[in-house]
Design a protein around this ligand. Structure first.
Ligand code: FO1
Length: 309
């Protein structure tokens, strides 16, 4: 089965690890968020693409969900000693990737092409594409002002309440080469259990991607990132409460109005899952916590089996 999965970093990457266990990786295309890309110390960092790359090649730190396993921080210590920027921590092992990518981008290679090269070199088991090669950045409007994603998320610890989200550059962003072709050949489209506002919607803000989902002829299934109305990690629940009016399955589905046919929700949210039918979305209730390999696999299976049902 050809599968396209739209994904953010940490939670999405965990889900994708299960997905490539139940679907042949050669038939999986991952379209990753680039709205939280950031320039750090002159290097271009694509945190979500990297979390996905590391998670599916066994190079990642499983507990943190981002960065490399067995990381050391000597370069960062030198940066600190010399009075450089250290709010966004790049580890020694991780740095190598940012060096190679930044050099290629400076030489004019598009992000999609560099990403394909890095993924192939690292033994990535599927196809990894950025949503766009064009600059697209997520900005958060808060009572303290507007901030680019990583400044709000890491530097300010995502404490500021989010009043609005803006995907700057989206109006000019074209889908990266291969994205529309993959969507056209897909037999199943998945929206990973990532934060809808800062991970999945920046991908959907690319008009060509959104249009492809709107005119889809195959099922699109999203996985809710909430369990019992709460985020497993991160600010998704607070954002949904404020921006969608609540944290029930219908509120999650409202982020993807017209773009999904089914929503996978946790058993803890089963009571409110039936309300999804009133907005034309099929509820699929299962356990969504991905605490180990079997759980990741089970969740991916729930999505794949749902297509056959
Ligand atoms: N997250 C943090 O909370 N603090 C960091 O210093 C940090 C550094 C970092 C470096 C490389 C990378 O690929 C990811 C990194 N992240 C860090 C994670 C990242 O900010 C977020 O998890 C994602 O952008 C949200 O999907």
């Amino acid at each position: 089965m050809n599968v396209v999965a739209l994904s953010g970093g940490v939670g999405g990457a965990r889900f994708l690890r299960g997905l490539v266990e139940v679907v042949d990786g050669e038939r999986v295309t991952v379209v990753g968020n680039v709205g939280d890309d950031v320039d750090v110390l002159g290097l271009h960092v694509s945190p979500d693409l990297d979390s996905i790359l590391y998670a599916l090649t066994g190079l990642g730190d499983e507990e943190r969900g981002w960065g490399r396993a067995e990381e050391t921080w000597h370069a960062l210590a030198t940066v600190a000693l010399l009075g450089g920027e250290t709010w966004f921590r790049l580890g020694d092992r991780d740095l190598g990737l940012h060096l190679v990518r930044t050099q290629a981008l400076r030489a004019g290679e598009p992000l999609s092409s560099v990403t394909a090269r890095l993924a192939s070199a690292a033994g990535f088991p599927a196809r990894l594409l950025p949503a766009t090669d064009d600059p697209l950045r997520t900005w958060l409007d808060t009572p303290a002002g507007a901030f680019p994603f990583q400044e709000w998320f890491v530097a300010r610890g995502h404490r500021d309440e989010v009043l609005d989200v803006d995907y700057r550059g989206a109006e000019r962003a074209r889908p990266a080469p291969g994205v529309l072709e993959a969507l056209a050949a897909a037999e199943l489209i998945l929206l990973a259990p990532s934060n809808p506002y800062v991970s999945i919607r920046p991908i959907l803000a690319v008009a060509g991607v959104r249009a492809a989902l709107e005119r889809r002829s195959v099922p699109a299934i999203a996985v809710s990132p909430l369990v019992d109305g709460r985020s497993v990690k991160g600010p998704a629940d607070r954002m949904l409460a404020r921006l969608a009016g609540g944290t029930d399955p219908v509120h999650v589905a409202s982020c993807y109005a017209g773009l999904i046919d089914a929503l996978i929700v946790d058993e803890a949210d089963a009571e409110r899952a039936d309300e999804l039918r009133s907005v034309g979305v099929r509820p699929i209730v299962t356990r969504t916590l991905m605490h180990d390999r079997a759980a990741r696999r089970r969740l991916a299976e729930a999505a794949v089996v749902a297509v056959a049902a």
